[in-house]
Design a protein around this ligand. Sequence first.
Ligand code: 5GP
Length: 210
Amino acid sequence: MKSKGLLVVLSGPSGVGKGTVRKALFDTDHDRNQFFYSVSATTREARQGEVNGQDYFFVSRSKFEQMIEEEQLLEYAEYVGNYYGTPLAYIEDMTMQGKDVFLEIEVQGALQVKRRMPDGVFIFLAPPNLGELETRIVNRGTDAPDVIAKRMEQARGELQLMTQYDYVVENDDVSKAVENIQTIIQAEHLKVDRFIDDVVENYLDEGETN
Ligand code: 5GP
């Protein structure tokens, strides 16, 4: 029996370490077969070392707006003055082929995906506590004090949205968080609902014709 590929959405407040956990998860996927990362489109400038098509598809604002208009995006959000969005075609292709696709996106976008694809697996990455989140944002050293205050305010609101997710994983230790995410994915693959079409085809139909 083989189930359809999963759409796994990892989300959580800014500064919680989504990128770090996602990279660590993909590093454990040595044969590069288990998960496929959905590369997002963004209008923000590439940072040093980022590769177009690998980290993001870096596009102009007008190109992004065209993608919205042509309904090429599963979801999109405006975050700190730039657009970020998930191309739909890749996800449809991969899940139909039985492959798991992994999204790492902010909270507004994740909730849009949940409305459109409720059978996805929605994982909220949570900080051990708010003080720890502030320490991480400050230690990143990239934000001015007023921006840090705004991010913290936003993070408080985002934490309240946790109840709309299927799972919460605390990120106090990256390898433990990765292990928990792998456990969630393994269990999700075994859910009856994910096999139902296959079961009907292989067993129940057969029984009915006998
Ligand atoms: P950064 O600019 O640091 O790469 O990303 C900023 C935020 O945008 C992060 O929280 C990241 O998870 C989120 N993000 C990246 N890609 C997407 C996307 O396709 N859609 C949404 N909604 N958020 C995204």
